[in-house]
Write a protein that binds this ligand. Structure first.
Ligand code: AHR
Length: 680
């Protein structure tokens, strides 16, 4: 018996070695330099449940992400407030049509809105008849939007403005293309606007030009005041004001949460320029707007506290509100004087969650959302730990919010990954911007983090500097490795988001970013596409995945099981090859019922490119995007060649008998919402 057993073992050994050699060189015709095994234990005994919020997004008003970006308002500086509250003031980017003999443009503090007093005054000196005849096109002002307005043939645009004059007015409103062609036009003819009058009209475009402008002109002598001039496309997402193409790019990531509105934007260089939510709610015309002094631009705050909460709801993502805690980059409020800030935070929570009859809940209801928003997380400041009053202020916020809203989870700015926090918190914030090697190595960062204390929120991560350029494959691979590390540590990490999310290419204050756009186009950087590999992870089950050998530690892998909306079970195995050699990966999946993997519906998805520094661009937006291919020979033992510098996902469909694999029943896959979007 013993001899027979031995020879059987020897035979089996040779069979395994020979088949391994054969498999490593023949898998797809690509010669692999190294062979590595990845063993996955798909049995229930070795699982962790991944939080439904693990992967989300972080929206900051930076790089004109909102103003001139996701917020679809086309007029830049619609209330003429960007030049400051005193007169005379600069009205840029508004410009004058006509010369000094035909009109004088000035600003006055005569608006009907108390929180934004500046209005534009237009003294028209020329006339349609008489000695000083106006030029044929009239005189007036134009607004170029945010580096050009994207006006599209057949689409409609809603114009709202406030006007006043001592006599009758006849103002021509037109959308003009970059070559001077008129794409849409309408006339405002009013006999009595002696009091400020709201004027609304719809323009339909008969041509397309991504670099259009809005003109307000007249040939009638007299004085006209304008204020709060808004032009919105009517096809925003659900009419909620979000530019549809950019919204869809975010929605396609299936974010579990959205952190907003910053970042440093929340802090300000100086407290007087910080984002303060009360200045951003109510009718848009009444909002004062503010100059974001960290990222150096004015925003009319059309995208305010309400709109951020609405955005979260539309994305079906948990809102995570970051509020100012009395600390900016350069000044701080002493803890003994922090109570007004604490009340402001409590009011902001009441605005989101309060009954429609409550003081602030009623403001929300008047804005069209009587039902409360589902706000469960707030972050006390941004990157402020260690500042003089941070801890003192934090404790005031913590106790006041816990007293009134015991279910709300508070996020501290202090890093609790290496040692316990010295203050109470539900979650601690952690940011990482570094070289590709450092970010890849940080996959192990949370291996030894506490499993009993607060969990981590990696609310900002990205490869930064020369390794990243404006969005390289190298950066995406390092970040993918880092996220796999977070996935494996999902009992210590609650959430993670890339930063920044957006850049308007005309205001590249921060590189790299996930989504690049201008007035009419957009594309995802490799880091954006990398995040698509994690969109099934929220609420899924993490399986034990072990690399048996890992040359130069250049590989990292994870495996999850998840369930789709049709209740079908899937296995997703992700591997980053951070090295410059190809690898023959021998996959061994244990713990499944025999023959339960299905070829049909199984695929391999790969993110790679010829050069590791390759980037996408408006010219070649799909240079580095995930590519999907069929998998041959699907089974418990499989061979896959990993290209040099690549991120690969093996997506396997499991026969429905193996239901035990898949995590919490409450998890709902949302992939059906995105069926019309071309993904891989
Ligand atoms: O993401 C850009 C900036 O980086 C954020 O505003 C800030 O929190 C971090 O320093």
């Amino acid at each position: 018996m013993g001899a027979i057993n031995l020879s059987k073992s020897v035979l089996l050994f040779f069979f395994v070695v020979l088949s391994a050699v054969y498999r490593s060189s023949s898998a797809t015709g690509v010669e692999a330099n190294q062979t590595v095994s990845l063993v996955i234990n798909a049995s229930e005994t070795s699982t962790k449940y991944i939080p439904k919020t693990l992967f989300g997004v972080f929206f900051e008003e930076i790089n004109h992400a909102g103003a001139g970006g996701l917020w679809a308002e086309l007029v830049n500086n619609r209330g003429f407030e960007a030049g400051g509250p005193n007169t005379p003031s600069n009205i840029a980017p508004w410009s004058v049509i006509g010369n000094e003999s035909s009109l004088i443009i000035s600003t006055e503090r005569s608006s009907r809105f108390d929180r934004n007093k500046i209005a534009l005054r237009m003294d028209v000196l020329c006339n349609h008849e008489g000695s000083n005849t106006c030029p044929p096109g009239g005189v007036g002002i134009y607004n170029p939007g945010f580096w050009g307005m994207n006006i599209e043939q057949g689409k409609t645009y809603k114009l709202v403005l406030y006007a006043r004059s001592l006599g009758p007015i006849n103002v021509s409103v037109s959308l003009t293309g970059s070559t001077g062609s008129t794409l849409a036009t309408a006339n405002i003819v009013e006999s009595d606007v002696s009091n400020w009058t709201k004027i609304e009209l719809t323009l339909q475009a008969k041509g397309t030009d991504a670099n259009s402008k809005l003109q307000l002109t007249t040939t009638r002598k007299g004085v006209v005041w304008f204020d709060q001039v808004s032009l919105m496309p009517t096809d925003t997402y659900k009419g909620h004001g979000f530019r549809k193409d950019l919204f869809e790019m975010v929605k396609n990531l299936k974010p579990g949460f959205i952190r907003f509105p910053g970042g440093c934007f929340v802090e300000g260089e100086w407290l007087r320029n910080a984002f303060r939510w009360k200045e951003t709610v109510g009718p848009w015309e009444e909002r004062p707007g503010h100059f974001g002094d960290v990222w150096h631009y004015w925003t009319d705050d059309g995208l305010g506290h309400f709109e951020f909460l609405q955005l979260a709801e539309d994305l079906e993502a948990e809102p995570i509100w970051v509020f100012n805690n009395g600390v900016s980059h350069n000044d701080e409020v002493d803890t003994s004087s922090i109570q007004p800030f604490v009340q402001e935070a409590l009011d902001g929570i009441e605005f989101a969650r309060g009954d429609a009859k409550s003081k602030w809940g009623s403001v929300r209801a008047a804005m069209g959302h009587p039902e409360p928003f589902d706000l469960k997380y707030v972050a006390v400041g941004n990157e402020d730990c260690g500042k003089k009053y941070y801890l003192g202020n934090y404790l005031e916020f913590y106790s006041a919010i816990q007293r009134e809203y015991p279910d709300i989870k508070l996020i501290s700015n202090c890093d609790g990954s290496s040692r316990p926090l010295d203050h109470p918190a539900h979650i601690y914030d952690y940011h990482i911007y570094s070289s590709a090697n450092n970010v890849f190595a940080a996959a192990q960062k949370f291996d030894r983090a506490s499993r009993t204390g607060p969990k981590a929120f990696v609310s900002e991560y990205a490869v930064h500097g020369s390794d990243a350029g404006t969005g390289s494959l190298l950066a995406a691979l390092a970040e993918a490795g880092f996220l796999i590390g977070l996935e494996k540590n999902c009992d210590a990490v609650e959430m993670a988001s890339y930063a920044p999310l957006f850049v308007n290419t005309n205001d590249r204050t921060w590189n790299p970013d996930a989504i690049v756009f201008d007035s009419s186009q957009m594309y995802g950087t490799p880091s954006y596409w990398m995040q698509h590999f994690f969109k099934e992870s929220n609420g899924a089950t993490l399986l034990n995945a072990t690399l048996q050998s890992n040359p130069s530690n250049s590989l990292i892998a994870s495996a999850i099981s998840w369930k789709d909306t049709d209740n079908k079970n899937h296995l997703k195995i992700k591997v980053v090859n951070f090295g410059s050699s190809s690898v023959a990966l021998q996959l061994s999946i244990q713990g499944l019922e025999v023959n339960s993997l299905q070829s049909f519906g199984s695929k391999k998805i790969e993110l790679t490119s010829a050069d590791v520094m390759d980037e996408n661009s408006f010219q070649v937006p799909n240079k580095v995007v995930p590519v999907s291919s069929e998998l041959d020979d699907v089974g418990e033992e499989m061979d896959v060649v990993l290209s040099p510098h690549s991120f690969t996902s093996i997506d396997l469909l499991i026969n429905s008998n193996n239901v035990g694999l898949v995590g919490p029943a409450s998890y709902v896959d949302k992939s059906s919402y995105y069926k019309d979007i071309k993904m891989y």
